[in-house]
Ligand binder design. Structure first.
Ligand SMILES: Cc1cc2nc3c(=O)[nH]c(=O)nc-3n(C[C@H](O)[C@H](O)[C@H](O)COP(=O)(O)OP(=O)(O)OC[C@H]3O[C@@H](n4cnc5c(N)ncnc54)[C@H](O)[C@@H]3O)c2cc1C
Length: 336
């Protein structure tokens, strides 16, 4: 027999950056519901009594974080293209994409000579947000959502009644759970490209300043990776002479997923970067490394009628930057 829970006003799907920014504006009778084990792109790895970001993320403007009470600092962005733009693009073009958009790291230098990064790391920021937003959190798999009855059925049989949903989980995943609205071939509109993202912390000969980032865009076929990103380590006193090296590898055309971390050392060596005294090396799979909606969905009108609001990069299924996410959420609250 189904067990009914009390009615929730706002059901926030995804314990995400955007979900927490949203909830911080209005805490009244909300509930966070997230898939167990799925994380935010801002969650990091534990390292030396601190946490360290899994993905290097920069801001196009300094003011957007200030709206959340957080400070950022300016950094020089040095971009070095090795090889051809065409073969770089070829590495990260998606099925059905005629002219691939650039990735974050190729986009920045075209528009901004300076970028910004928060004074805290992103993994500290997401922790801080979660600690400060006092909304109950539930981690469970969603079996189905009935938007007409406004109920969510969880694995195990519990039922949640809601007035509205605010969703930051991948849009295709949310739609695949909707019942009674006929969204059979919805997956055809949602393209994505997984990335392997490796982080190596070690010493190199090249000097990287504290307010500097060096991005190598690897447009040569001999490199499997598309980008290598170098930042000075500011994690703790022990690693203050070390460099954070992120290597991003788009996983397309049956790219070999095994031993990428090992291969990255030889890719770096080919770049003239010899890494010594490695204190940390780890890789992870970012399933939605790049995302793209293929054409206008025949379901767009229907989605507008479902009383579901879509926030964040996955929720909107748009390459929204952190600044754009914050701006959109704050203006959404002003309109309410
Ligand atoms: C490689 C890369 C580089 C980037 N660089 C920049 C940058 O330089 N500047 C910038 O502004 N932005 C950048 N971004 C985008 C930035 O990371 C996002 O805008 C921001 O993290 C998104 O926050 P969000 O709230 O939308 O999602 P997140 O905080 O990542 O949360 C996503 C939510 O979806 C859920 N979820 C994900 N997958 C599943 C699943 N399979 N099943 C169930 N639930 C799931 C998670 O649990 C989580 O709750 C980059 C993104 C990537 C991937």
């Amino acid at each position: 027999m189904l067990r009914k829970r009390r009615k929730i006003k706002t059901l926030i799907l995804g314990d995400s950056f955007s979900g927490n920014v949203y909830a911080a504006q209005d805490l009244s009778n909300s509930l966070f519901l997230s898939w167990p084990g799925s994380t935010s792109a801002l969650d990091g790895w534990g390292f030396a009594n601190a946490c360290i970001d899994r993905t290097p993320i920069f801001l196009e403007e300094p003011d957007c974080l200030r709206r959340l009470g957080l400070e950022s600092s300016e950094i020089d962005y040095e971009y070095v293209l090795i090889g051809e733009e065409a073969s770089l693009k070829d590495k990260f073009s998606l099925r059905g994409e005629e002219t691939p958009d650039y990735t974050w790291y190729d986009l920045f230098p075209r528009t901004y000579s300076k970028v910004y990064k928060p004074v805290l790391s992103w993994c500290q920021i997401i922790k801080l947000l979660r600690n400060s937003v006092e909304v109950p959190r539930l981690y469970a798999n969603v079996t189905s959502i009935d938007p007409k009855e406004k109920t969510v059925l969880l694995e195990g049989g519990a039922l949640i009644e809601y007035e509205e949903i605010v969703s930051s989980i991948p849009q295709d995943l949310l739609l695949s759970r909707l019942r009674g609205v006929g969204l059979e071939s919805i997956h055809e509109n949602y393209a994505y490209l997984p990335y392997n993202i490796s982080l190596i912390i070690g010493k190199i000969d090249q000097r990287i300043g504290e307010n500097e980032v060096v991005v190598y865009a690897l447009g040569r076929k001999r490199y499997v990776a598309s980008h290598a990103i170098l930042l000075k380590s500011v994690i703790d006193a022990v690693t203050k002479e070390h460099t954070l090296i992120y290597v991003l590898t788009p996983l397309r055309r049956g790219a070999d997923k095994t031993e990428i971390l090992v291969k990255n050392f030889s890719e770096l060596k080919n770049l003239g970067i010899k890494v010594r005294e490695v204190v940390f090396a780890r890789s992870y799979l970012e399933k939605y490394g790049r995302i793209l909606k293929l054409g206008r969905s025949p379901y767009d009108e229907l989605l507008g009628e479902l009383n579901i609001r879509f926030i964040g990069r996955y929720g909107s299924w748009e390459e929204l930057s952190i600044c754009n996410i914050i701006k959109k959420i704050l203006s959404m609250h002003k309109r309410l």
